[in-house]
Design a protein around this ligand. Sequence first.
Ligand code: C2E
Ligand code: MG
Ligand code: MG
Length: 714
Amino acid sequence: MLETMQKGLSPAPALLALAVAVYSCFLMVEVVRRVRAADHEIALGWVLGGAVCVGTGFWAEHFLGLLALELPVPLGFETQLILLTWVPLVLAMVPVLALLGRRIALRWRIVGGVFAAGAFIATHGMGISALSMHPAVQWDAAALAAALGYGAAALALSSWALRRLLAGERTPGWPARLGVALLCGLLLRGFHHALIAAAEFPMLSVSLTLDQLSGDALAMLVAATTLVLCGVTQMATVLEHRLRSQQDRLAQALRQVHSELESTGFRDALTRLPNRLGFERRLQERLQREGGEPPSLAVAMVNLDGFKVVNDSLGAAAGDALLRECAARLHALVRHDDVVARAAGDEFLMLCSGPLDAHSAELVARRAGEALSRPFIVEGHEVTLSCSVGLALSPEHGSDLSLIAAANAAMQAAKRAGGATHSFYEPGMGEDDTDSIDLQRDLRQAIAQGQLMLHYQPKRHARTGAVRGVEALLRWKHPLRGMVSPAEFIPVAERFGLIGTLGNWVIEEACRQIREWADHGLPLCVAINLSVHQLRQSDLEMRIRTALARHGVDPRMLVCEITESVAMENTTVSLRVFEQLAAIGVGVSIDDFGTGYSSLSYLRRLPATELKIDRSFIQDLDKSRDARAIVEAVVRLSHALDLKVVAEGVETPGQQEILQELGCDELQGFLFARPMPAADMLRLALGGRGPQQAAAPRSAASALVFDLSGALHG
Ligand code: C2E
Ligand code: MG
Ligand code: MG
């Protein structure tokens, strides 16, 4: 029987080894948490950086454990071999950190375990060899088998504890993390002691490397270096934690703005009544409330006769006051649970709950007519109006949202009958919407006959006032009707499948204009509006690219405006188009922001360059604290998402001042200039005073200064 030396344990390095083991395990928990939570690339960074630090920790723990070994003879370690033992541990940590704590099949967990155990055993074997004992160390087979069994169980237990710790959605508290680290650290030390117990040192054997690594001072040095390295990683985890909580706070703010915007999305800013969407929602609720039976109710569409004349002659402020008063009068007519909404410009909707027959619905229409025909006093002027009312009843004329279209068709019939009257819906009404049919026929010819043109409205830098770009707005000069508003003919073009041709013409014309201005020394960035139909065109990006190339235009001179509601309508399509446009260098702007229902998490993913706050919020800015709070939140949100913010519809110096104060980047509105033909824009830029500028209100604020240094977006 082989006589062997008695093995002892030096307490200082042994305690240090335990401390380093627990700390390394704690660090391993921290790194594994981040690997699981991070994106692919960041996770890879954590795995590699973590493998070096945690691997070094385990190496130091192991080496300190060997230094704690006491034999009756002095010991020394071969330097090169000890340094080499670092390699298997660091390499093994890569798959271990990547796989630990994940929901993976048992066989993969076993593979990870075998890897880790292999690395520890290899390190141990190399460590013992580094003692260079003569005669060589002997291994007790039974003790070695027991150590390996213990090692497998310890690994399984550690892996189970880690998975339990990280199983929940919430971040585990530090006592739990420390507890798991303590458990893993103790198990690891136990494994090490079991391996040392299996090694037998024959009596009178000597270490041939006495002159190399040995002693307590060395232990201190190893421990200190390792702790510093681990400390650096710990600091990285703390910094990352701070960054993450900042992101969480931002996400919280985004959610808040989202809900504020959502509630304002259903309300008309001018009258504080529900808007069309709000009305649709209430109607839907009312229709569903009754269960199976279609309820008895009436929808009335009220359109003011002659409002445009008042608005044009007394001005927009008087028009607004008049609309508010109309809203109040209609609201006073209805019962508590009835609904009055402002559908658009001078159009109101009323929902009267039943039971309602034709007679009582007619009574509502008459009362509305009487209420609105009483004289109004607006800015010292007496104004008299009348209205046309269309009525649709449920269930006779429908039992869904089509009731609104029916009421609209009936209102059109009342208008055609000369106004100041009401009309009930009749089947067939609205189908022969002759006006739209005429319009679409004319529109088809308009492009060929050059009746369409683009007018341009400047966007000014909020602080310096320099013109940084323009928005191209489509205009149609109809030979008989005069100027037709895009708000009127674009829906017709969309309905009759003409929007593709129209949109392509706009792309081509805008690129041609950018080139022409550039040739005259006016490098202006031009924004065009895209409709939902264009977004669905599979060749949109190719068309834009071709037009840019044909006119030799830098893609960064073009911006595409897409309204928020269109962008949110089909998020997959929008994301694809946004990405395609961004890839060719064209700017993308989210128009009329605040009127749609943005999912803000989705907004973050859109590669947009700019966000335009809808005019309705700007209008109320100097009167309503709510509007101000919303604009402020939108500006902060946009800047957090790295988007430029443009306010549109700026009409008063008061609004301008508030927007500057809130940090808006660019301003657009009648205060500075109305949309104007390209030639006027050039004349203004080159120093002449165009007729449009003279027409713009409050000329001191509207003097246009052009920034000719090359106004690329972004
Ligand atoms: P938008 O893109 O939001 O354009 C801004 C609208 O606000 C323009 O109306 C502009 O004239 C008007 N505006 C600008 N400043 C002020 C202001 O201070 N006060 C007031 N009250 N209004 C102001 P416009 O030209 O009638 O265009 C209406 C909408 O028609 C546009 O809204 C856009 O959505 C659509 N549109 C215009 N051109 C095109 C086009 O080429 N293609 C497509 N698909 N849509 C277009
Ligand atoms: Mg626009
Ligand atoms: Mg807009």
